[in-house]
Write a protein that binds this ligand. Structure first.
Ligand code: NAP
Length: 349
């Protein structure tokens, strides 16, 4: 391999407090990177990214506002970050060898990069029979977030009435399937009729509806939950959360995974939820969570999820974009209903 390489990377040129980020905010540039092992500090690696995970929280890192998720904001001119699967090209850490495949939770969105070897890295077992992309999907952030929300916070019981919003997405598809495996009755909402069909036929949901064509969410939930809701896995917040709070059963649980309907707005423009009082009378437990706060449960999760995938009890759908150039478009796609499954970029076209 040559001693230098040209690498494309996405960097932040302006904050985007509202709306969907555009080329005014994120730009692609090409840099030259030395592949000489002596050019990097001790305990660092040079890696080539193979797959990049595209997730809604990445939009919240470039708003310039420290609110809601409280993740540190990307600095102007800095390369934006994402989870990746990468190949080690050079190593100055004896725990990593050239050719190792790693999962990196916080990587620069770049073709090649220099990263510290100390944190946020996990090696992929070369004997693994699963496609590499699954380490960003079923065995990555979406699968783990779904597992924490359903199994740790949701406490599902056979027959529990479970509702999942953004049910055809990266997290939602696993949340619903995990609840089905616990014997629950599971209903999902999503933004197109095609996806309603998909989640019923492929993810095994008992029923589903298109929240864009249901003119009255309250009436829809009355129809789909005649016996009330025991667990609401919230991916969207806003008016759906408000409607759900009118249908909760006593001691219902609401694992709050995210609120994607509110990410494009500054907080004073976000939608208020007027009926939180129902939480008191129905003694509801609503709990926000970050999957990164449950590292001690990752082993249990990975063992369980890997066997479900191998046995075909859970299926994982991927939407693959090709080439690092597609980052901006793929990030924007999360804020429409155009995709289903987990959105990933295959870096090499
Ligand atoms: P995703 O569901 O694959 O993609 C986002 C989906 O959200 C879109 O496909 C769209 O689907 C739906 N959506 C977009 N704008 C919406 C709106 N205004 N109202 C309702 N739905 C809207 O994304 P994901 O990665 O699985 O993430 C889902 C949620 O989980 C997000 O809120 C994310 O921030 C959160 N999350 C949290 C953690 C954690 O640790 N807590 C980890 C991962 C993800 P449809 O409109 O077609 O349904």
């Amino acid at each position: 391999m040559a001693s230098v390489v040209e690498s494309k990377e996405w960097h932040l040129t302006a904050y985007a407090p509202e709306g969907v980020p555009t080329s005014d905010h994120l730009k692609l540039r090409t840099v030259t990177l030395s592949l000489d092992v002596d050019s990097i500090p001790d305990h660092h690696l040079i890696v080539q990214n193979i797959f990049i995970s595209v997730d809604p929280y990445q939009r919240t890192l470039i708003s310039g506002l420290e609110d809601g998720l409280y993740f540190p904001q990307t600095k102007l001119n800095e390369v934006v970050s994402a989870g990746t699967i990468a190949k080690v090209i050079r190593s100055r850490d004896s725990s990593y060898r050239e050719g190792d495949i790693i999962v990196n939770l916080y990587s620069p969105v770049a073709e090649y990069c220099v990263i510290p070897s100390a944190s946020h890295l996990r090696k992929v077992d070369p004997a693994s029979e699963l496609p590499l992309q699954e380490y960003l999907s079923s065995l990555g952030l979406p699968g783990f977030a779904a597992w924490v929300g359903i199994e740790v916070i949701g406490d599902p019981k056979p027959g529990s009435n479970v509702f999942v919003s953004a049910a055809a997405g990266g997290v939602g598809m696993f949340a619903g399937q995990l609840a089905k495996l616990k014997g629950c009755r599971v209903i999902g909402s999503t933004g197109s009729d095609e996806k309603v069909k998909l989640i019923k036929e492929e993810f095994g949901y008992d029923d589903a509806f298109n929240y864009k064509t249901e003119t009255d969410l309250d009436a829809a939930l009355s129809k789909y939950f005649p016996n009330g809701i025991d667990i609401y896995f919230d991916n969207v917040g806003g008016e759906m959360l408000e409607a759900v709070l009118n249908h909760v059963n006593t001691h219902a649980r609401i694992p709050v995974c995210g609120m994607i309907s509110q990410y494009k707005k500054i907080w004073t423009e976000r939608q208020g939820v007027r009926n939180l009082l129902n939480m008191v009378g129905k003694e509801v437990r609503m709990e926000g969570f970050l999957m990164s706060s449950h590292p001690n449960r990752f082993g249990d999760f990975a063992k369980e999820m890997e066997s479900y995938i191998k046995e075909g009890k859970i299926i994982s759908k991927l939407k693959i974009y090709h080439g690092i150039e597609s980052y901006l478009e793929s990030l924007g796609s999360l804020f429409t209903s155009s995709n289903f499954g987990k959105v990933i970029i295959e870096v090499k076209k």
